[in-house]
Design a protein around this ligand. Structure first.
Ligand code: NAD
Length: 341
């Protein structure tokens, strides 16, 4: 019975996965979710405190590269679909050491695909059960003109993180071709919002500002990123999971392109205006902005063309960047005190 089946979310204790689970359980009161997460440095059950006691939410502490553990999940729960968020996700760490990236992002995806294929074939639901793989615009490489990445743009990953994500995408697609699995891939631009790990750009800017530490900006600060509020991403994922065509890829953009330096200035202005009591002896949080040596192979610009998603499913972002940033800053100010995390 499909209504009794569970959605298997991987990496649900991380930033986007935890936001997605909370969104999904509030959107669909009868939905059942199993979250499998290894709880690496990047994942925390703290992100899911508000649903921890939800009767339809189950947490399994396991590694997606562990075949036995994944097999057990498919035996313990009637899994009717998978959304694969689990990944090593920080580019700088992948430049230091690529091995965990290839392990989790490629091998882990392979384990999920193989076990899902086996179990769903046995159950006769291979073509019905959806395998939704979460990817990134970084697989397309870097832009040095005014164009945007579209779904047909050839992959050209420039760092070990994006290479491992591109590898996973190809593997997922191949399981669609080879076995007729019902796969779909979504590639989004940079997300921001509550619960993102402090190592990422926006939380780094906010937390360093609150600590009155230098706010590091790579290179000349003119690298451009497109930003998507995490809740807008969750709404898009919900649509793609339910309505996306099998074997298709969908880009999710958001349309907010900003130079890193302008983003840092914007956040400092929000802090200056909304939290003047946190300024102490500073004139402005902007005084903390410090240029640092550029990241190796730093992609210049990412921006995605998401007209396919907008056209097919009527999705559009509803959170203006100004509001999303204010919400995000407020979340970090409330969650974060210098001694609490
Ligand atoms: P995150 O680092 O915050 O969370 C990743 C989660 O995966 C963590 O909870 C971690 O414990 C878990 N995990 C890692 N290895 C695992 C393993 N072997 N087995 C089980 N769990 C494991 O990442 P995020 O920012 O939430 O990103 C989620 C997904 O979205 C990733 O696939 C990422 O590539 C993709 N993505 C992220 C962004 C972004 O801006 N954050 C943009 C586009 C795509």
């Amino acid at each position: 019975n499909k209504s009794d089946s569970y959605l298997l979310v991987t990496g649900g204790a991380g930033f986007i996965g935890s936001n997605f689970i909370k969104y999904y359980l509030s959107q669909y009161p009868h939905a059942k979710v199993v979250n499998v997460d290894k709880l690496t440095y990047a994942g925390s059950t703290f992100n899911l405190e508000s649903v921890a006691d939800h009767p339809n939410y189950h947490f399994v502490h396991a590694d997606i590269t562990d075949e036995k553990a994944v097999d057990r999940i498919f035996n313990d729960y009637p899994i009717g679909g998978v959304i694969n968020f689990a990944a090593e996700s920080h580019v700088d760490r992948s430049i230091e050491d690529a091995s965990s990236f290839v392990n989790t992002n490629v091998m882990g995806t392979m384990v999920l695909l193989q076990i899902a294929r086996k179990v769903w074939t046995e159950q006769g639901i291979l073509k019905a059960a959806r395998f939704h793989h979460i990817s990134t615009d970084e697989v397309y490489g870097s832009l040095d003109n005014d164009e945007k990445f579209h779904e047909q743009t050839p992959y050209d990953p420039r760092n070990p993180y994006s290479a491992s994500k591109a590898g996973a995408n190809l593997l997922v697609k191949s399981f669609g071709y080879t076995y007729g699995m019902n796969i779909v891939i979504s590639s989004s631009s940079n997300n921001y919002g509550p619960s993102q790990h402090e190592e990422k750009l926006i939380p780094t800017i906010i937390s360093n500002a609150l600590r009155h530490n230098p706010i590091p900006i790579y290179g000349d600060g003119k690298n451009i990123r497109e930003w998507l509020y995490v809740e807008d991403h969750c709404r898009a994922l919900d649509l793609i999971f339910h309505q996306g065509q099998s074997m298709e890829s969908y880009n999710i953009g958001g349309g907010n392109e900003l130079k890193n330096i302008d983003l840092a200035v914007k956040i400092c202005e929000i802090l200056d205006n909304n939290y003047p009591d946190r300024k102490g002896s500073l004139n402005s949080f902007k005084d903390l902005i410090t240029y640092t040596e550029d990241r190796l192979g730093h992609d210049r610009r990412y921006a995605v063309d998401d007209r396919k998603l907008r056209g097919a499913m009527g999705w559009q972002p509803v959170v203006a960047m100004e509001n999303g940033l204010e919400e995000t800053v407020e979340w970090y100010v409330n969650q974060w005190t210098p001694t609490s995390r």
